[in-house]
Write a protein that binds this ligand. Structure first.
Ligand code: ADP
Ligand code: ZN
Ligand code: MG
Length: 489
């Protein structure tokens, strides 16, 4: 793992509870559209509004997607799981209970590996299916929060949409590792297409459970739960702030109280939402209106073989192929860019050079234009043709960058065509380079003297002059060698 968070004899203990909104067409137990941004209270029916007698039917696509996530996260998938009622009263839940899963979740214990230098494993406790609550809008309150608001309105479009709750064991030891873990987990869920996992839009939500304990202790301290972390940066900063707060309490002779906290990312402060003195009693019991879910071994095998390459495996493959860890990681968590690279590398047969271009010029172009890899006019085939001209020595790096710029601007242009039109082919022959060198040395006798007198670094200046003379087209390596030979000869 990255350096663990340790201060004044205490260490951090962190576990995450992650909610993923599954990208199914319909809701978890009815056929209403699972869709956001619509006119409030239009995607509703008797089932999700809990009219008496309306019967739920489990969405098989949600079960399939949730099972795929479980397999991808290394969970055990029990043969049987069941739905349970979790009972509570709040206006966001018209049934006054939530259909969730309790002691027989869809996905049981798993192990998730965060690869790379300082990599680590996080045990997963479980992953279970449930339905989301309605969206409450607290009108007139500060920042949409309930305190100080004049009243609340409810949009039931979200009620009953499928959620997968993934619970980790408290195996994380620093705020940075919490971010790393969530980044890779998110990329894994996105890679298999189960959710878009957009933290800002709320399709991925993470609560962090945080405690500290004396370094070396095998017992856990009292934990607090942090809500409202809607970005990776806030997750990291919120945990950091809470660890500091707990440390101050403990060093001051106090004890940490179990409570739920809200992190205000702007102020960087934490405020108490509720204290959990009395443990909730949700009176779970098996949902009588739904059958248990059965998984067959054959079904699981088929589902497992249908998964795409997962980020951790992609990371391993790219590192083994010679890419640096940061490059491999950036590609591991970006399926679009990784797919693009694979297509370029297949065409060029040179993964490293292809990765340099994909992560360098190509990524800069995407960022600048606000495009995703598949939206760029520079298709893998067009970039591969350009890279081929660099690899076979037809053009140098400077010219290649110029060509790339033209490929971006003109979707009809080909790399070879641009090289011909602009006369960018590299000047590489000894005769041609020799002429340029002669001219430059004749024009700079003082620098030549200086070099002979031992000031070797002037060679940089002379190379620059030759390059300029060639219109930027000189083969830099050949030029260096020839120039050195000439000066020493
Ligand atoms: P609760 O009873 O509050 O639901 P659980 O034991 O079910 O608590 O754990 C909920 C989450 O809190 C899990 O992600 C778990 O890893 C984490 N957790 C449990 N104990 C601690 C602790 N002492 N410090 C930090 N995280 C913890
Ligand atoms: Zn409905
Ligand atoms: Mg719990």
């Amino acid at each position: 793992m990255s350096a663990p968070w340790q201060k004044d004899g205490y260490e951090a203990v962190i576990g995450l509870e992650i909610h993923v909104q599954l990208a199914t067409n319909s809701k978890m137990f009815c056929s209403c559209a699972n869709q956001f941004g619509d006119e409030p209270n239009t995607n509703v029916c008797m089932v999700c509004l809990a009219h008496p007698g309306a019967m739920p039917v489990a969405n098989s696509e949600a079960i399939r997607q949730a099972t795929r996530v479980g397999v991808a996260l290394g969970c055990r998938i029990p043969e049987t799981s069941e739905f349970s009622r979790k009972q509570y009263f709040y206006p966001d839940s018209p049934k006054a209970y939530q259909i969730s899963q309790y002691d027989q979740p869809l996905c049981a214990e798993g192990l998730f590996r965060v690869p790379g230098e300082g990599g680590f494993d996080v045990r997963l406790t479980r992953a279970h299916l449930e339905e989301d609550a309605a969206k409450m809008i607290h009108a007139g309150g500060e920042g949409g929060r309930i305190s100080g608001s004049a009243g609340s309105i409810v949009d039931f479009n979200r009620v009953g949409t499928p959620l997968l709750e993934i619970v980790s064991e408290p195996d994380i030891r620093s705020p940075e590792d919490a971010r790393r873990f969530l980044t890779l987990l998110r990329a894994t869920v996105v890679a298999i297409g189960a959710s878009e996992c957009d933290m800002e839009k709320g399709s991925l939500r993470a609560d962090a459970n945080v405690s500290i304990r004396p370094i070396g202790s095998s017992e856990y301290g009292t934990k607090t739960e942090l809500k409202n972390m809607n970005s990776f940066r806030f997750l990291e900063r919120g945990i950091e702030a809470e660890l500091e707060r707990q440390l101050e309490v403990v060093l001051g002779g106090g004890t940490v109280q179990q409570e739920t906290l809200h992190f205000d990312p702007v102020a960087g402060t934490l405020s108490s939402l509720r204290s959990k003195e009395q443990a909730h009693d949700y009176r779970y019991f098996p949902e009588p209106d739904l059958l248990p879910v059965h998984q067959t071994e054959a079904g699981l095998i088929e589902l497992g073989s249908d998964l795409p390459e997962l980020p951790a495996a992609r990371f391993d493959r790219l590192v083994a192929a010679g890419l640096t860890e940061p490059t491999a990681l950036a590609l591991a968590v970006d399926a679009g860019l990784a797919g693009y690279l694979d297509a370029v590398a297949t065409a060029t047969g040179d993964l490293k050079t292809s990765a340099n271009w994909t992560m360098g010029e190509f990524s800069a172009h995407l960022n600048g234009a606000g495009l995703s890899a598949d939206q760029s006019p520079v298709t893998p085939e067009r970039l591969a043709a350009l890279i081929a001209l660099v690899v076979d020595g037809t053009i140098n790096q400077t010219a290649a960058k110029e060509v790339f710029g033209v490929l971006v601007e003109d979707a009809q242009a080909t790399a070879a065509g641009v090289v011909a039109d602009r006369n960018l082919a590299q000047v590489g022959g000894d005769d041609a380079l020799g002429e340029i060198i002669d001219a430059v040395l004749a024009a700079h006798p003082e620098e030549v003297e200086a070099f002979k007198g031992g000031r070797e670094q002037v060679i940089g200046f002379l190379v620059g002059q030759c390059m300029k003379q060639s219109g930027g087209r000189a083969d830099a390596k050949a030029l260096q060698g020839l120039l050195r030979a000439r000066l020493n000869g």
